[in-house]
Design a protein. Structure first.
Length: 445
């Protein structure tokens, strides 16, 4: 199949919906020769910050001369963005090739009387197939949702595990409490492995520590007590961590905490013992990360990696005239982090929002958190069937005392704020869902 046919094939498989479990994905990968076991892996779970943490790690490893494969979801700009090699999206031809090979085994499973893997399971298998095909030195794998029953939870016990910030989200699937959600996400962490964690709240950290003690897991914590923030703005930051200087080209205080988590990941990866492992694929090709090479992960290289990292959609300055910040905040914890950053960088300023939400999210909490900062809100909606109508959201905002206008299309809302001279000195924030922020970034760029 070609690229167009590959996308149509996935579109058809999306009708199967989301089916948690590992039986189908393990069977599919077995038929493909278990490519997920052929390359060293970093596996990250969590609610918020997964993409940013991995972006810091990815940039640094690429600067170290490694061939890095990365699998993400959802995407902002293109379907091709799901699979990356050294920060470049997969080509249409490579996706078509991988999808063709994977689909053969999918249809063979169906012919043998088994259930068809879902779209996400197929895309995950495509990722592992591509990373082996590309002869990657390392692969960075982000959980789709949860962890224990996520299709990415098929790696060996020698994968390096990472836990990003854990908070309440996807409660209909993962559980209604922080403890339940944390346990689901800890499902990726195998006995005797290594886990690096973001500075969690006390409730989550207690659960993580207990799990690690019971399962002989080496726990590495990003330590806020070792952090000194020296300068910070909505564009960048300078800080010391464990006595070393670092600089970021990303705004948002939460990015500093994502960065120190990435620093701990890189510290583990630089250790002689952890990564001196031979990985063998089905064709007996050996892969090894050799830290004795000239491109080892020293402080200067890591400093440069963090400074060069960009990650669109996370407190991204997408326009300066007027100032438009695009942030993918789409759950309570992310809205709180966004509010903290706005209060810090735009103290006592009223802000214009362009906002769209999903009807199944706790958007009433978003209104409570962000409404005190709002000068006006233009509500929009995506074409996702889960989207709350812009008029319904505007009505809820007006009930909270906010001047709100239902616009519908995010591009039209952006045109309104850009063409209104009264808005020139007022910051504009686009947030609510990744589909809205993605559409905004595409239009602005």
């Amino acid at each position: 199949m070609d690229y167009r046919e590959s996308k149509l094939y996935i579109k058809e498989k999306e009708k199967l919906g989301s089916i948690p479990g590992l039986v189908n994905i393990n069977e599919l990968l077995s038929r493909l020769g278990n490519p997920q076991l052929s390359i060293p892996a970093v596996h990250i779970a969590g609610t918020n910050g997964k993409g940013s943490i991995m972006a810091f790690v990815e940039e640094t490893l690429v600067k170290a001369g490694k061939t890095v494969g990365r699998y993400i979801s959802p995407t902002i700009y293109s379907y091709r963005e799901r699979w990356r090699r050294n920060k470049r999206w997969a080509s249409e031809s490579d996706i078509a090739l991988a999808m063709t090979e994977v689909s053969k085994e999918v249809e063979a499973m169906v012919a043998d009387g088994m259930n068809s893997p879902t779209a996400f399971e197929i895309e995950t298998a495509v990722a592992f197939w591509l990373f082996r095909y590309w002869k990657c030195d390392i692969m960075l794998i982000e959980c789709g949702m949860g962890g224990r029953l996520d299709a990415t939870n098929v790696l060996g016990d020698d994968a390096l595990n990472v836990m990003a910030s854990v908070s309440l989200d996807h409660m209909n699937v993962l559980g209604n409490t922080l403890i339940e959600i944390t346990r689901e996400k800890l499902g990726i962490v195998k006995d005797g492995s290594v886990l690096v964690t973001y500075p969690q709240c006390s409730e989550v950290m207690a659960e993580i520590t207990d799990y690690c003690n019971k399962h002989n897991v080496t726990l590495v914590k990003a330590d806020p007590d070792q952090l000194v923030i020296e300068e910070e703005s909505f564009r960048d930051a300078e800080f010391k961590y464990r006595g070393q200087d670092y600089k970021l080209s990303l705004g948002g205080e939460y990015q500093i905490y994502n960065a120190i988590t990435a620093l701990e990941v890189l510290e583990v990866m630089a250790g002689d013992e952890y990564w001196k492992v031979d990985y063998k694929s089905d064709d007996k090709v050996d892969y090894k990360i050799d830290q004795q090479q000239d491109d080892k992960l020293d402080h200067n290289l890591i400093y440069d990696g963090l400074l060069a990292t960009r990650w669109d959609g996370r407190f991204t300055v997408a326009c300066t005239d007027p100032l438009i910040i695009v942030d993918g905040a789409h759950n309570e914890d992310a809205w709180l982090r966004l509010r903290e950053s706005l209060d810090k960088y735009f103290t006592n300023e009223r802000i214009i929002y362009i906002m769209g939400v999903f009807a199944d999210k706790e958007y009433h909490k978003m209104i409570r958190i962000l409404a005190p900062t709002m000068k006006k809100c233009y509500t929009v909606e995506s074409d996702n069937p889960r989207a709350l109508s812009s008029e319904a959201l505007a009505s809820k905002l007006r009930e909270a005392g906010v001047e709100a206008e239902g616009i519908g299309d995010v591009r039209r809302a952006i045109d309104i704020v850009r063409n209104n001279s009264e808005n020139d000195s007022t910051p504009v924030v686009v947030c609510g869902t990744l589909s809205i922020t993605g559409a905004a970034l595409k239009y602005l760029k």
